[in-house]
Write a protein that binds this ligand. Structure first.
Ligand code: TRP
Length: 325
């Protein structure tokens, strides 16, 4: 089986954008690939964060992954800092990565603007650690969203540079682009994100979730109930496409275009399906939250089994580098 690797940052609550765009897609991939999923805590420290929150965030991220169906029988799940070879390989990759390539990264430029007071080397080196995450397992495929394509390109470049200088050791991994439509925030403007406070958290209770759906921005040109709307530009309809079947989608689109239903009707249809899918996830998350010893066992076992592979790769790399071993 081909190998897949992907990572998720423990930045706090996972929202339905992450769920639809990443995690739900990952669950599908476990059927046809040998998958490794990682909570990337060392990436998360490149920006300021509340110290007392980190442990909770990492655990919660792992719990959500498990609750969504990424069981340890289907794939490996672990925490990045538990397998130290990631950072070790990143150092070696640093020595084949031109600074200019990193300065050009869109995410680095964006984050440098957001965090002017702390533009650290780690922030710039972020994609090199990401390359190490992927290549230490010699993964051939990386499921990510559009915004991470540039980082996977850099990873391919790092592999090429390493192979050129030290011999063929790494594959050039390819992106598996999530086919899910991009879900915007409930304000209908930017990407759904935790920092923008425009997100629907996957673990939010039913009432909160409904309130966010109820008040979410739809097609802004549909002001009054009798106005017709355009589902193609409506964020609620995009979310519909992620949770509803063809019949409901059809009904909602026709109703919207003819103004035979109002936005609130459409939202009710959506919420019914959304909640039907997410309630079981939340139930599993509650169980796992109450059973953290089990979660820790899963993470430790994941790290143990990934360590074995990572250690082998590092040994091979040290030999390729001509080090004394
Ligand atoms: N940078 C990725 C993100 O923010 C997370 C990540 C870290 C990752 N390492 C990775 C994704 C390796 C894919 C493969 O979404």
């Amino acid at each position: 089986m081909e190998k897949v690797f992907s990572g998720i940052q423990p930045t706090g609550e996972i929202h339905i954008g992450n769920y639809v765009g990443a995690v739900r897609h990952w669950v599908k991939l476990t059927e046809t690939y040998d998958c490794i999923f990682c909570v990337v805590d060392y990436h998360a420290i490149t920006v300021e964060y509340p110290l007392e929150e980190m442990r909770k965030r990492v655990l919660e991220t792992a719990i959500v992954l498990l609750a969504c169906g990424l069981s340890p029988e289907k794939c490996k799940i672990f925490v990045q800092s538990h397998v130290q070879e990631h950072t070790e390989l990143a150092w070696i990759f640093n020595c084949v990565t031109p600074i200019g390539d990193l300065e050009r990264m869109t995410q680095f430029k964006d984050k440098s603007k957001q965090h002017r007071a702390n533009i650290n080397i780690g922030l710039m080196d972020y994609p090199v650690l990401q390359a190490a995450d992927i290549l230490i397992y010699k993964a051939g495929f990386v499921p990510v969203g559009e915004d991470q394509v540039q980082h996977v390109e850099l990873c391919r470049e790092v592999a090429r540079k390493f192979n050129y200088r030290f011999g063929e050791h790494f594959p050039e991994p390819r992106v598996i682009l999530s086919v899910a439509p991009r879900i915007l925030g409930v304000d209908g403007t930017g990407k759904m994100s935790k920092t923008m406070q425009n997100y629907i958290g996957i673990l939010e209770d039913e009432a909160t979730m409904w309130e966010k759906v109820r008040t979410a921005v739809t097609d802004v040109n549909r002001v009054r109930r009798k106005d017709t709307g355009n589902p193609d530009i409506c964020n609620i309809y995009t979310i519909h496409r992620a949770f509803s079947g063809d019949d409901v989608l059809d009904e909602a689109a026709k109703g919207c275009r003819s103004a035979s239903i109002g936005c609130i009707d459409c939202k009710k249809m959506l919420f019914k399906n959304m909640w039907e899918e997410l309630a079981p996830v939340q139930n599993r998350a509650k169980d796992l939250l109450a059973n953290q010893d089990y979660v820790m066992d899963v993470l430790r076992e994941g790290a143990r089994s990934c360590s074995t592979i990572a250690k082998q790769t590092m040994q091979e790399v040290r030999e390729a580098l001509g080090l004394l071993i």
